[in-house]
Design a protein around this ligand. Structure first.
Ligand SMILES: C[S@@+](CC[C@H](N)C(=O)[O-])C[C@H]1O[C@@H](n2cnc3c(N)ncnc32)[C@H](O)[C@@H]1O
Length: 222
């Protein structure tokens, strides 16, 4: 991921926000009750996941503005996971946990059916070369996993700067038309004036004048 990480000499402390990959149970132990990652008075609150949190900019902004929602960020690059967890800890966000793991593995093995209100996917790595397309996050089995873990009428919210990847997403979504209904993207509270979402990559790409594409996929059914 081409983004710089400067801590200006500060040492990072993931505190209670950061969940280590090594601390997760074995894959075959069944789903985790993710609500238990939060304080007792927060277990009944809606749960949302962000995949690929990067420096944690979306989570820091969105979680502060929506304290009645619990958020789990998933980030597989250790340096970014540590940076984002430290940042959320310093902001005193008790509604955020950041887990150092791969998103597809995490959702498939640890997340129970219909427990998430929303999954946020902002500026996922586009893997532009054809031979790397198999590394893209959005794949048909992954869309089935998203539909399984979302509550009825739960949302997947996606934004990207990469037109080719967006077309790929639309093709894959069309192939599982029974799972999701597509809606226009509405700006989250995290977004600043004139922003779509308000992430680091959005800000960087906006300066470069790149066009953005975004959509909401709402899980069908009761
Ligand atoms: C292009 S960056 C975008 C970061 C942030 N969402 C933003 O908009 O600033 C993509 C991020 O997703 C992470 N990532 C990519 N694939 C992942 C996966 N399968 N599981 C967890 N993290 C992933 C990368 O390490 C990187 O931090």
């Amino acid at each position: 991921m081409a983004d710089s990480l400067s801590t200006r000499g500060r040492s990072l402390d993931v505190g209670a926000v950061g969940i280590e990959r090594e601390g997760l149970p074995p894959f075959d132990a069944g789903p985790i009750d993710l609500r238990r990652w939060f304080a007792t008075d927060r277990v009944a609150l809606p749960l949302e996941i962000e995949i690929g949190s990067g420096k944690g900019t979306f989570l820091v902004q969105q979680a502060a503005l929506t304290p009645q929602v619990n958020y789990i960020g998933i980030e597989y690059a250790r340096a970014f996971w540590r940076y984002a967890a430290d940042r959320c800890r310093r902001h005193g966000l008790d509604n955020v946990r950041l887990v150092h793991t791969e998103a597809d593995l995490f959702l498939r093995n640890y997340v129970s059916d219909a427990c998430l209100r929303c999954v946020h996917i902002y500026f996922p790595d586009p893997w532009p070369k054809k031979r790397h397309h198999k590394r893209r996050l959005i794949q048909t089995p992954f869309l089935h996993t998203l539909a399984r873990v979302l509550e009825p009428a739960g949302d997947v919210r996606i934004a990207t700067d990469h037109t080719g990847y967006f077309e790929w997403m639309l093709e894959h979504v069309a192939a599982v038309d029974d799972l999701f209904e597509q809606f226009p993207f509405d700006t989250p509270r995290a977004a600043g004036e004139g922003e779509l979402v308000g992430t680091n990559f959005e800000r960087k790409y906006r300066r470069e004048g790149r066009p953005f594409s975004a959509m909401v996929l709402r899980k069908r059914g009761q």
